[in-house]
Design a protein around this ligand. Structure first.
Ligand SMILES: NC(=O)c1ccc[n+]([C@@H]2O[C@H](COP(=O)([O-])OP(=O)(O)OC[C@H]3O[C@@H](n4cnc5c(N)ncnc54)[C@H](OP(=O)(O)O)[C@@H]3O)[C@@H](O)[C@H]2O)c1
Ligand SMILES: N[C@@H](CCO)C(=O)O
Ligand code: NA
Length: 454
């Protein structure tokens, strides 16, 4: 008995998936048992890069998710609605779902996973984060015995491409963005990418898988790359850093909790300790493994105990790479359907769900407010070129317990002196209080940049 697919969407990812499924030679033999039963699109008139018989392609997506012959729904249409409703309907109808849709999962994951678990079916989402890079299944399976301490990623290819070109060419953000749009790397509406929203969806998903609690997307601090200037990239370079848009999820342990958990006396406490989950441009030391990830590539660094550091690197988008992830999810489901005893009632299906394939987190994670974050900062100041200015900055920082790692004045912008500081670890709230005091100094014209340092 073959496994029948209903595919929603025949765009970049849908077409790549169909191409892969139509070219099975030399791939896993289980692919032979997978059959494309129906494919849903918006327009029947569009030219397609794949050949499918006319009775397979339809604009009636509801009919696909309600078709009793379909075993697995592959949602590669994107957007929030009708994608969310179609996924929920498919799950309620007892169909497994494979999706590449990070936006839907980051917002409606709780509702979707609850529905899936109640129906005794799986939702697979390898393509939703890091495109073709295997990172979802490794977090759910291969790394699941670890106490995860941090997940840090470059998870948006468009912004990494833009920052890499700004770095190598010394170009402005707006010029590179225009070029990236022209070349088809960045979308006509680049908001989700350049404002960090796509990366926020992805880190919310990774954090919930890595740390075991639900993440409320509104708790994810999100800052994009529009404000990153070529001046800051050049200063960062001189100071030994590159600027990357990082998505970070990190467990925060107080020193007391830290001691307890490092002694492993109270594992439960470790799991309940709060997280910092955020997306922002970050100065990354050149020796750090994420510093050398350039162009449209993605990489995700996972830190855990006892594994240490593991980094996943590869193509985060594109038809073939993303189809690789989607089709592997399909294969996983096909294997599990094949090995599952035929069960007709839901109760026995729920009992037989493999907990390493299913998603089942119930509690919301506690997220630490940004003011409580302990991090290093980079800041650039434009000041009058007069004696004693650096001393005044130092006094303001000292007033709020901000210790400086370096302070340089190498350049001028017109009449104004440009002063750049890098701090030691400091509580963000304290650093911002110091900045407010600095801003009120007569000698300080402006603070054009403020960036966090890894
Ligand atoms: N592109 C990537 O590299 C990539 C990587 C990772 C994840 N993803 C995710 O994969 C999903 C699909 O992305 P994509 O780039 O393949 O998108 P796309 O090229 O825009 O394709 C979307 C497809 O869905 C169909 N569709 C959309 N809304 C529909 C509706 N209301 N009714 C019927 N059909 C509808 C479209 O039909 P028509 O063809 O008739 O217009 C099209 O075939 C998204 O969630 C995206 O975030 C994409
Ligand atoms: N827009 C995304 C595509 C993959 O999700 C990126 O640039 O990484
Ligand atoms: Na992936």
């Amino acid at each position: 008995m073959g496994v029948k697919l209903g595919i929603l969407g025949l765009g970049t990812v849908g077409t790549g998936t169909v191409q892969l499924l139509q070219d099975k030679t030399g791939r896993h033999p289980l692919l032979q048992e997978i059959e494309i039963c129906r494919v849903g699109v918006r327009s029947l008139d569009k030219p397609r890069a794949v050949e499918l018989s006319t009775d397979v392609v339809t604009t009636d997506l509801e009919a696909i998710v309600n078709d009793p012959a379909v075993d697995i729904i592959v949602e590669v249409m994107g957007g929030l609605e009708p994608a969310r409703s179609l996924i929920l309907k498919a799950l309620s109808n007892g169909k497994h779902v494979v999706t590449a849709n990070k936006a839907v999962i980051a917002r409606f994951g709780a509702e979707i996973f609850t529905t899936a678990n109640q129906a005794g079916v799986y939702v697979m989402l390898e393509a939703a984060v890091g495109g073709g890079i295997p990172v979802i299944q490794p977090l759910k399976q291969s790394l699941s015995v670890n106490r995860i301490q941090a997940v840090t990623g470059i998870v948006n290819g468009t912004t990494n491409y833009i920052l890499t070109r700004m770095q190598t060419e010394g170009s402005n953000f707006s010029d590179v963005l225009a070029d990236a749009q022209h070349l088809g790397y960045a979308e006509a509406d680049p908001t989700a990418d350049v404002d960090g929203l796509d990366a926020a969806d992805k880190i919310a998903i990774l954090a919930s898988l890595g740390f075991g609690g639900r993440i409320n997307l509104k708790d994810v601090y999100t800052e994009g790359i529009r404000q990153v200037s070529k001046t800051d990239i050049a200063y960062a370079e001189k100071l030994g850093f590159v600027i990357k848009l990082l998505a970070i999820a990190k467990r925060i342990t107080s020193s007391e909790e830290d001691r307890e958990t490092r002694g492993y006396g109270d594992a439960q406490k470790f799991y309940l300790s709060p997280l910092s989950v955020r997306v922002h441009p970050t100065l990354v030391p050149k020796a750090h493994p994420l510093a050398s990830i350039n162009g449209v590539y993605n990489a995700i660094l996972v830190e855990g105990e006892p594994i240490g550091q593991v980094m996943f690197f590869g193509p985060g988008a594109g038809a073939g790479a993303t189809a690789s992830a989607v089709t592997s999810d399909i294969l996983n489901l096909a294997a599990s359907l094949k090995s599952q005893k035929v069960s007709t009632d839901n109760q026995s299906k729920i009992g037989s769900l493999n907990p390493l394939l299913a998603c089942g987190h119930h509690e919301y994670s506690q997220i630490v407010p940004m003011a409580e974050l302990i991090t290093r900062f980079y800041a650039r100041f434009l000041t009058n070129d007069q004696p004693g200015v650096i001393g005044k900055l130092g006094t303001c920082f000292g007033n709020y317990g901000v210790s400086l790692e370096s302070i340089v004045q190498t350049g001028f912008q017109g009449e104004l002196a440009e002063i750049v500081v890098v701090t030691h670890d400091v509580r963000e709230g304290n650093f911002r209080q110091a900045l407010a005091e600095i801003e009120s100094l007569e000698a300080v014209e402006s603070i054009p940049s403020l960036l966090r340092v890894l």
